[in-house]
Design a protein around this ligand. Structure first.
Ligand SMILES: Cc1cc2nc3c(=O)[nH]c(=O)nc-3n(C[C@H](O)[C@H](O)[C@H](O)COP(=O)(O)OP(=O)(O)OC[C@H]3O[C@@H](n4cnc5c(N)ncnc54)[C@H](O)[C@@H]3O)c2cc1C
Length: 428
């Protein structure tokens, strides 16, 4: 038996990984639990969905990562945590129960469907690698179906792709679909005219990218329109029925065979036994400036699932990779040196979004720029943020290849077989 304190980390995303890299393994026994056996890179999920990248190039096997120098000594357990028992200090997955002295919750968020009926079953989403693969399959399936369909109404429905939510993910996937319409359809689907394909992006507020500057919103709107994306602002979706009819709160309707939902997120949830933590809007766990979860002992939360309000961020820090990484690092430093604890202060390094080749918008603290240089900046930042040289090289090669050839060997409909004798659940 080890005399070290045992830290259990739920989630090997940006926050969890940054924490386990920095925590002193000589003083603690660390176990990280995740429902996937890999770390993934959400900012590029939309490229999986739009056939720009293969899933493997932005997925990183945990067991390989844990062999690296910074993470050596950390144990990995595969499983989905359902229950946290704060009295007995245990967490439970479908496979086991683990004891902790210190628990770090870094489980991130999931889709929020705002209780709109049937949405969960019917829409495509982009919150995980497997959801992005499913979205890719749906897009390709609709194109293949339309290519052999003669009924004009059905054809129109199959070739209408609606994206709901004009944040960075919505803008990026709408831009990628706009590019597919412009550069790919005519070459690869001779029986479909690009003019038949409709890409609609609906946003509930009056501007796109509302967490970024007004200049970025305007540039993104202009660039999407150049890609023939039909952007509709001040449109809040009310329902999506079994006949593929989208109804907005103002009564407008659109028939769309594919609906990509990027309009909302909510924190991952757990069944708490013992003292339940206090939560804020979106189910986030309230934490203090040291990321300790309010109302609990020995439990910390970092990243998207944590809500730390500061004067600059009264509703909590934004749910971004940089916040998760910085919180993970600071929490590890504070646990390594409890006598020299420092409160967390978010250092906002800026934000960016891309709208297709040669087009992106970047907001730094006092500077906004867009166009080709912004696109190069976007690619550089995403490339250096990927783990591992091999993945960086594969992604760069893919980008260069597609830039010059417009071709991609990734437009494959690949679905898992449903073997009735298999007990493996395929997650969506
Ligand atoms: C499509 C998309 C695009 C994005 N683009 C950007 C961007 O361009 N820039 C940016 O800064 N941010 C972006 N974000 C947000 C960014 O990805 C998040 O802020 C960041 O991932 C949060 O890190 P995290 O560690 O809190 O959670 P995550 O990185 O989401 O990691 C959570 C981990 O917990 C695991 N997990 C969840 N529940 C359980 C459970 N019950 N049991 C076990 N394991 C569990 C998950 O499998 C996952 O590995 C994007 C997000 C998405 C979805």
């Amino acid at each position: 038996m080890s005399s070290k304190q045992r830290i259990v980390v739920i989630g090997a995303g940006f926050g969890g990984l940054s924490f386990i890299k920095k925590i002193d393994k000589r003083n603690f026994d660390i176990t990280v639990v995740d429902r996937n056996n890999y770390h993934s890179f959400p900012p590029l999920f939309y490229q999986i969905a739009s056939c720009g990248l293969e899933p493997m190039s932005i997925s990183f096997p945990m067991r390989r990562e844990l062999r690296s120098k910074k993470m050596r000594g950390v144990s990995f357990c595969y499983g989905e945590v359902s229950c946290i028992d704060t009295l007995n200090r245990t967490i439970t997955t479908e496979y086991q129960t683990l004891h902790y002295d210190i628990l770090v919750i870094a489980a991130g968020t999931t889709n929020n469907f705002f209780d709109i009926e049937n949405l969960r079953q019917r829409v495509c989403t982009l919150k995980s690698t497997s959801q992005a693969i499913r979205t890719r399959n749906e897009i390709l399936l609709k194109l293949e179906r339309a290519a052999i369909e003669h009924d004009p109404d059905l054809r129109r429905r199959l070739l209408t792709f609606a994206v709901i939510g004009g944040g960075p993910t919505g803008v990026e996937i709408a831009g990628a679909l706009g590019e597919m319409k412009r550069y790919v359809i005519a070459r690869e689907y001779p029986s479909i005219s690009p003019d038949e394909v409709r890409v609609i992006l609906a946003e509930g507020s009056g501007r796109l990218l509302h967490t970024m500057s007004e200049a970025s919103s305007e540039d993104a709107l202009r660039d999407l329109r150049k890609l023939m994306v039909d952007v509709r602002l001040n449109k809040t979706m009310r329902s999506y029925d079994e006949n593929d009819l989208i109804t907005f709160t103002d009564g407008d309707t659109i028939e769309a065979g594919t609906l990509i939902w990027t309009a909302g997120i909510t924190a991952e949830t757990f069944n708490f036994k013992g003292s339940a933590p206090s939560q804020t809007s979106g189910g986030r766990l309230s934490v203090d400036e040291y990321n300790k979860v309010a109302g609990t002992e020995g439990i910390y939360a970092i990243g998207d699932i944590a809500c730390h309000s500061a004067p600059a961020w009264p509703k909590g820090c934004p749910q971004l990779a940089q916040v998760a990484i910085q919180q993970g690092k600071r929490l590890a430093e504070n646990l390594n040196s409890p006598d020299r604890r420092r409160p967390f202060v978010y250092n906002d390094k800026g934000s960016m979004a891309t709208i297709g080749r040669n087009r992106a918008v970047v907001d730094l603290r006092h500077v906004h720029f867009s166009g080709w240089f912004a696109w190069i900046t976007w690619m550089y930042i995403h490339l250096i943020s990927l783990l591992g040289m091999r993945n960086k090289a594969v992604v760069l090669l893919n980008w260069i290849w597609s830039y010059f050839t417009f071709s991609s060997s990734l437009r494959l409909i690949m679905r898992p077989s449903s073997n009735p004798s298999s007990s493996n659940k395929i997650r969506s």
